[in-house]
Design a protein around this ligand. Structure first.
Ligand code: CP
Ligand code: NVA
Length: 313
């Protein structure tokens, strides 16, 4: 499907961090995703004859199903490999794992506890490796999220997004995606719970190059004046669920009052799964402002666009 592959520079690359994509590359993935959403037939055959393994150390609904269905739609084969009882590197070295896999499959999609394991896999596998969530980033989610925001607003020009809650993997990839695309982003979290320092530095330099605002605050009132309010679970997979830590997040719950403060037309976003009643209440996630199921649907279109470009012939 050569006609689909609008960004030849993506062919054969890994996607471990969203920061590895330029604004032009991210935009071309979003453009292709919109086209595949409108006209699914146009993607048929993009992965013909390709086999892609999906190594999952952690649970998943959206990522697993959207990749499996998406790869099928593009004419490829997805092989799900449950790594939940045996983490990468336990049975044999990650290097040997990678060097075996590359002899059979055309690509690796991996959901891992440790981002370092993902980097080691990519270092030794001579086929594209895609991060399907690590402790540090969730790049495929961020592509779907900026696509959803663009779809709803018509454009990302002048857009401002607010992430409130636990500054986790999802938040990190959003910060980097927004900064790359010149979308303003404010991260609001309890004192002592800020984003990873290296991610912040990287996002700050991308934001400054793109002329976008990147702010970090501890004050929930700073949601005011944003196009979208985004939150995620306060307890990511593998993270601490210490009740004392969780108590600090209470003032950061997304309620109708907080949404009203954000702005009359503000959208509500969440990568899901949600802990209803914790980071968000039913009245918000079930409200007309909520685009959470659009985000979930767009995972597949965004990932299909990404895969079509990574596996361009
Ligand atoms: N948003 C997301 O990645 O969902 P899953 O954990 O269900 O894959
Ligand atoms: N931050 C969450 C995202 C799940 C899709 C986690 O890592 O569990």
């Amino acid at each position: 499907m050569t006609t689909l592959n609008q960004t030849p520079s993506l062919a054969g690359r890994d996607l471990l961090s969203i920061a590895s994509l330029s604004a032009e590359e991210l935009t071309s993935i979003m453009d292709l995703a919109e086209r595949l959403k409108r006209d699914p037939i146009s993607g048929a055959g993009a992965l013909a004859g390709r086999s892609i393994i999906m190594l999952f150390e952690k649970a998943s609904l959206r990522t697993r199903v959207s990749f499996e269905v998406g790869i099928h739609r593009l004419g490829g084969q997805a092989i799900y490999f449950d790594q939940s009882r045996q983490r990468l590197g336990e049975r044999e070295s990650i290097k040997d794992y990678a060097r075996n896999l590359e002899r059979w499959v055309d690509g690796i999609i991996a959901r891992v506890f440790s981002h370092v394991a993902l980097e080691e896999l990519a270092e030794h596998a001579d086929v594209p490796v895609v991060n399907a969530l690590s402790d540090i980033e969730h790049p495929c989610q961020a592509i779907a999220d900026v696509l959803t925001l663009r779809e709803r607003r018509g454009s990302l020009d002048g857009a401002r997004l607010c992430y409130i809650g636990d500054p986790n993997n999802v938040c990190h990839s959003l910060m980097l995606a927004c900064a790359t695309l010149g979308v303003g982003i404010t991260v609001i979290a309890p004192p002592g719970e800020g984003p990873d320092g290296d991610i912040y530095d990287c996002a700050a330099s991308l934001a400054s190059a793109a002329g976008a605002a990147l702010d970090v605050s501890t004050n929930p009132r700073d949601v005011a004046g944003h196009d979208a309010v985004y939150t995620d679970t306060w307890t990511s997979m593998g993270a601490s669920s210490d009740p004392d830590r969780l108590r600090a997040f209470e003032p950061y719950r997304v309620t109708p009052e907080l949404m009203a403060r954000a702005g009359r037309d503000a959208l509500f976003m969440h990568c899901l799964p949600a802990t209803r009643g914790a980071e968000v209440v039913d009245e918000v996630i079930d409200s007309p402002a909520s685009v959470v199921y659009d985000q979930a649907e767009n995972r597949m279109h965004a990932q299909n666009a990404l895969l079509a470009q990574l596996f361009a012939r």
